[in-house]
Design a protein around this ligand. Sequence first.
Ligand code: KDG
Ligand code: MG
Length: 403
Amino acid sequence: MSKIRAAKVIVTCPGRNFVTLKIETEDGLYGVGDATLNGRELAVASYLNDHVVPCLIGRDAHRIEDIWQYLYRGAYWRRGPVTMSAIAAVDMALWDIKGKVAGLPLYQLLGGASRDGVMVYCHANGVTIEETIEAARGYMAQGYKAVRLQAGVPGLKSTYGVPKDKKPYEPADADIPTENLWSTEKYMRSLPALFEAGRDKLGWDVHLLHDAHHRLTPIEAGRLGKDLEPFRMFWLEDAVPAENQAAFRLIRQHTTTPLAVGEIFNSIWDCKQLIEEQLIDYIRATVVHAGGITHLRRIAALADLYHVRTGCHGATDLSPITMGAALHFNLSIPNFGIQEHMHHAAVTETVFPHAYSYKDGYMHPGEAPGHGVDIDEKEAAKYPYKRAYLPVNRLEDGTLYNW
Ligand code: KDG
Ligand code: MG
């Protein structure tokens, strides 16, 4: 028994907003969990402060599964990104505490290492194809075995994944959502040339990925997948919005390009049909938005039965705490595929010291007890919350579309 004495929510903006839950026990230990939901941060902070923290005090921090069920079933209102991110933060913090009590890195509690390192992919971005290929070359020189290629679309002023003014890419860039223009036709015409150049200039030994960011219809996705087949991609991500899981059947009928989806999923119910019907190859749900390590392990176990591997979301809006927790999860499960690695700003790293590291295309969570990521509260206090939204897309006739 290790009673929860206190829990507090820390909101900080070192380069971008993050929400962190810190749980303390009566025996003087603490654990931290990430609760960041990009553009809706304060909703999760309130859910935790107003509705979760009061129910945690006095509970046994070791009863991780019971607390998970208590917060999920006990709320009566199940699922949703706000609820599941809040539950995830509690779950991560409790696993962190358990690891510290055991004196073991979290992956050891999850069954031990199934591999020596976690293969990661990074983001090669550019306004032009040439810039993107140049960026990919730079990452390959650092040892990356897998690179995501995103380039500007001729005729569109800005698009997802492409930085402005050569600054590091951060989409939550305004205090009221920026409005972008979107044209599926222009995008579909431009993409094969990017991957042709990719194979031509980067060779065949590197894994190439791409994120369509939910902007196609199933039949468009089928055609794009077919057009990209000659380039043997590692995956085509988020080809269509996935609320309608059955819609993926249509994409599968038309292409053998591997499909990845799930960064916005928050429960096993969002991907049950996609997995059971083998409509996808990679499930991208991750620790913070999909209910923590406890729930993500359930998703991975289901996926394992159907040859679906994991590819956890790892953009900069997921804090280093999620990265640390995800690396322990990735190292331990049998059906790991790949992990996204988008570099955090240096100032973010000063607020979240961590034990994980990168070497030669692989990351490792390190051997610190727990998940190995901490928050420096003094540093965090220097960076107050700043409202920031993701952009929206409109079609050329002004219709609001998917971003
Ligand atoms: O908050 C939204 C971002 O996390 C998302 O746009 C990043 O699609 C993304 C990715 O694959 O990293
Ligand atoms: Mg994505």
